[in-house]
Design a protein around this ligand. Structure first.
Ligand code: XMP
Length: 333
């Protein structure tokens, strides 16, 4: 048996040994639990020789990159670069409806953008080293891989791996000469959360629901445009705000809004409207292989629905998804 305090001490020592006195590490961060905890641990171990990179792919939640900046950079002191690549991603996504195509575009573009950033940092590090900096070359790539991911990639049996292409940072190392550093590879999710708490990562972040790599692109059922992203961001924001206010966030494993590419008739004042529909999803699940739809108190649903239809331009109807997994999946795409 071991304690989490011992784990932190040992892992920090191990990271320092691996990186040596000068080596630098880069890693992608998303605002999720795993990458945040991994980044904070690297920062504790090697300070600003760890470089975090966040790629804004244009399909993040409302103000996501701003919040990541405030938390990781301002509050936790991590060396962070945010790259706004939303034009590039949305350009490539234009007109694409097929979900697997959306996943591929986002996964591949992410890899390209990240590799460009890595190359830029490697150049900068070389120049600095020549000028006598005590920081050396970029030699390592941080990945927030957890134990279940390690198992899944060995056995590759999970339905999630076979049914949908799950794009996290998996393909990243193929062409890069960086070596891999995976401080979380022996931990389960609840252990990562415990580790995060010990590293003083704020509770709301540690308890965060998972958010898929392809982001809102797989929650917009038709083509992805800036306008559609904006509508979904607003609905999602209201939905999660009301869930938090009702103190239900921690009872739910994952909650999100989905934008349906259909128009329904409604009425506003004495006029007919013809606008889009939001579907709300909330599930309880142990491991996301199976999931039950969540039973909300009716007054919470009533408030959410009335706020979304009143506050979000372009939406006149809200539905609640009462499908379990299986046969439905958690995401709609
Ligand atoms: P499904 O829809 O397969 O979702 O029942 C199970 C869990 O996986 C997440 N998910 C993804 N995560 N990239 C990700 O990083 C993806 O392409 C992806 N597709 C689904 C989903 O949000 C849920 O937590």
């Amino acid at each position: 048996t071991w304690t989490m305090e011992e784990f932190i001490g040992k892992e920090i020592t191990r990271i320092r040994e691996i990186c040596g006195p000068k080596g630098r590490v880069i890693g992608a961060v998303s605002g999720g639990v795993d990458s945040t905890v991994a980044a904070k641990l690297m920062h504790e171990a090697i300070g600003d020789r760890f470089h975090a990179i966040m790629v804004d792919n244009g399909v993040l939640r409302m103000n996501e990159s701003k919040q990541v900046h405030e938390m990781l950079s301002r509050d936790l002191g991590v060396n962070l670069t945010i790259i706004d690549a939303s034009e590039r991603f949305l350009g490539l996504l234009a007109g694409v409806e097929d979900p697997e195509q959306k996943r591929k575009i986002i996964g591949n573009t992410f890899i390209h953008v990240f590799e460009e950033q890595a190359a830029r940092l490697e150049k900068e590090a070389e120049v600095e080293e020549e000028k006598g900096s005590e920081k050396g070359k970029v030699e390592w790539l941080l990945q927030g891989t957890l134990y279940p991911d390690v198992i899944e990639s060995i056995s590759f049996k999970g339905p999630s791996a076979t049914i949908k292409t799950h794009h996290n940072v998996g393909g990243l190392l193929k062409d890069m000469k960086l070596k891999l550093i995976e401080p979380l590879r022996e931990l389960f999710k609840d252990e990562v959360r415990a580790l995060g708490r010990l590293l003083s990562i704020p509770a709301p972040l540690v308890q965060r629901h998972p958010f898929p790599g392809p982001g809102l692109a797989i929650r917009i059922l038709g083509p992805v445009t800036r306008e559609q992203v904006k509508i979904l961001q607003q609905a999602d924001q209201i939905y999660l705000e009301e869930i938090r206010k009702a103190e239900l966030y921690d009872n739910i494993s994952q909650a999100f809004a989905v934008l349906l590419p259909v128009r329904a008739v409604g009425v506003m004042g004495d006029k007919r409207t013809y606008e889009q529909v939001i579907a709300l999803r909330a599930v309880q699940s142990e491991d996301f292989m199976t999931a039950d739809w969540y039973v909300f108190p009716p007054e919470v649903l009533r408030r959410i629905s009335s706020r979304i239809t009143n506050e979000v331009d372009g939406i006149n109807r809200v539905t609640y998804d009462i499908s379990s997994k299986p046969p439905a999946t958690v995401e709609w795409l």
